[in-house]
Design a protein around this ligand. Structure first.
Ligand SMILES: [Zn+2]
Length: 219
């Protein structure tokens, strides 16, 4: 049991290290990822690296090609970006309304804890902080969808791994700072169980997020 736990802990650390490199664009979109290089760089065996790469493949950040091996997934296209945001704007504002209407003290506390974690940023490594923020933002939005009560909508959005793809477009502190303010507006609406305000706040958050990341396509 101890061995398995230790092993899982290592795989998690390797996963986090690779995620930070992918999200912080240290591993460029489309770049080859060589397992042997990672063995040397991270000083771990092949097993946790393959495990982490498999998980990243499931999340759409890594692509495995037969006989060639692993590479970082290409950046999403402008069309994919537009479609993702269209989907989010159709589903998330109304889900936020539903979540507000079904808000409880316990749920509110869970969302506040997540928002606090996101503003913490204790890690001094900017890339790790950025990738942690992307993951926490994914959880924050997923919990709201959970509280809204439609599992099909929740799974549809989770399956897109939206947050990884959009945050990877740009590595920039502004992306995270502005999102925190918008999350606070959402929390205020949830606190007063105001469905209309929650819907408006979520719409505003997603529309602004789109505007923040759009310049990535002009680079
Ligand atoms: Zn957000």
């Amino acid at each position: 049991m101890t061995a398995i736990q230790r092993h899982n802990g290592l795989a998690e650390k390797v996963y986090e290290a690779l995620l930070a490199q992918l999200m912080g664009l240290k591993i460029a979109p489309g770049a080859r990822i060589t397992v042997d290089n990672l063995v040397r760089e991270l000083q771990v065996s092949h097993t946790p690296i393959r495990e982490a790469l498999g998980r990243l493949e499931g999340e759409g950040l890594v692509v495995k090609t037969h006989l060639i091996g692993y590479s970082a997934a290409p950046q999403i296209s402008r069309r994919q970006f537009d479609e993702l945001y269209e989907l989010r704007l159709l589903l998330e504002p109304d889900s936020a309304r539903r979540a507000a209407e079904a808000m409880t003290g316990e749920r509110l506390e869970a969302l506040r804890d997540l928002a606090d974690m996101m503003s913490g940023g204790s890690d001094e490594d900017a890339r790790r902080r950025y990738s942690a923020f992307a993951r926490q933002d994914a959880v924050f939005h997923d919990r709201i969808l959970e509280f809204a009560g439609n599992e099909l909508i929740r799974h549809t959005l989770a399956h897109q791994h939206t947050h990884f793809h959009i945050f990877r477009l740009m590595f920039h502190a502004r992306v995270t700072e502005e999102a925190l303010t918008e999350h606070q507006a959402l929390l205020d609406a949830f606190t007063s169980a105001d469905g209309a305000a929650a819907k408006a706040a979520m719409h505003d958050h997603i529309a602004r997020s789109r505007q923040r990341l759009l310049p990535a396509f002009d680079l």
